[in-house]
Design a protein around this ligand. Sequence first.
Ligand code: DCP
Ligand code: MG
Length: 410
Amino acid sequence: MSLDKIRYDAARHRTKRKLCSSFAFALTFHYLCTEVIGKSGGRLLFAPWPRTATDMPQRKIIHIDMDAFYASVEQRDNPDYRGKPIAVGHSGPRGVVATASYEARPYGVHSAISSAQARRLCPRLIFVAPRHEVYKAVSMQIRRIFLDYTDLVEPLSLDEAFLDVSHERSATLVAREIKKRIWDETRLTASAGISINKMLAKIASDYRKPNGLFTIAPAQVEAFVAALPVERFFGIGEVTAQKMHALGILTGADLRQWDRASLVRQFGKAGILYYGYARGIDDREVIPNRIRKSISAETTFAEDTDDRSRLTNVLTEVCDEVWSRLQRHRFKGKTVVLKLKFDNFKQITRSKTQPSPIDSMPLLLRLAQELLASCDFEGHKIRLIGVGVGNSPEIAPDGIQLRLPFDDLI
Ligand code: DCP
Ligand code: MG
C-alpha cells in the first residue's frame, strides 16, 4: 500500500503540472491524430517504436467487471445467502467452484478449486447450484447499458467488457454513471477501471475490487506500471510470473530494465508484449461483438470410462446439444472437432473437414462417431468428451483451414 500510494500521489501531482504545459501540444497532437493519422485507421503506421505509453495515440478505455458475479446474483435472489460465505458450483465429489462470494474469499475459496477442497477450507460454506440462464439474462442487461454509451463494446465473458469511450470528455464520469445504472437496474455491483489502453484498464478494474472505480491517467501510467508487481499485469500468468521472479523481475520497473531481444529470448514472442507492458503500452483496439468462430458442447463423466458403447451414447447427447445450438445461432461449419480428456488430464482433439457445411444431425453424429472410433485411448479412461463445429464458410475464405483451438469453442 505505502509505496504504491506514495508513487501514485507523486504521479498525481506531476499529472496536474504536466497537464497545463502540455495542453497546447495536446491540441496539435489531437488535430494530427484525427485529421491526418485518423484517416489511416487511427494508427501511427510510420511512427518509430514508441518509448512510453504517452508517446502512443491515446484512447479512453473502460473495463467493467462484475463483482463475484454468479455468487452476487445468488445472494441478490436469496436473502438467506446474503452476508454469508457461498460458493456457486456443485458440491459433489467431482464438483468445482465457479466462484465464491466475498465472504468466502478470506478462507481461500476461489474459482476453479474443487468443491471438496473449498469445504475443507471453509466448513460452513454454502454451495449453490449455478443458474446459467439467469447469469446470461443479467449479462444482456449490462451489455445494453454499455451500448447506451458507445458502440465499441467488447465483451470478454458474461460479466466483463471493454468499452472505448475516446469520444467522451471524461471516461471516469462515464464509468461512474455506468456503475450506478448497473446497480439501479440489476441491484448488483461492478468494478470499473479506466485508462489509456486495455491492459491498464483491466488492471485498474481489479485494483479496488469489489465495487471499485480506479483511473490510471496518462501521466500516472509510468509510475503505476513501475510499482506494479509483475503477477498483476493482465496476461502474465502464474508460471510466467514465477519465471520472472527467478530472473529477479519483481515489478514493472525491473521488467523495464530488460531490452526487447532479451525478453524475446526468455519468453518467446510474448516478450514483445511484456516489453510494451513495462512501458504501459498496449495498442490493441476494442473490437465490438466478436465474430463467433465455432459452437461446441461437452460433458464430464461422473465416473471415468472406457466403455465404447457408453461413450457412443454420451457422444449422441453431446451432438444433439451441439446441433440445437447450431440451429439456435444459425451457425454453419464445415469442420467437426472431437475433444477427449483422459483420466490423466491429457487432452486430445481430432477433426474432420467436409467440402460443405454440416447440414444435418445424422451427418454431425456420423462424423463425430468416426472421429471417436479413430482415437486410441492408450489404456486410459475418458474423463470428458466434447464436440465442436467450426470453419464457417462465412468467415473463412474457401480453401483456408481455420485453426480450431477447442478453448475458443463456445
Ligand atoms: N467463472 C467460472 N469458472 C472460472 C472462473 C469464472 O465459471 N474458473 C464464472 C463465475 C464468475 C464469472 O465467471 O462469477 C466471472 O468471473 P470473474 O473472474 O470475473 O470472477 P467473479 O466475477 O466471480 O469475481 P470478481 O469479483 O473477482 O470479478
Ligand atoms: Mg467478475
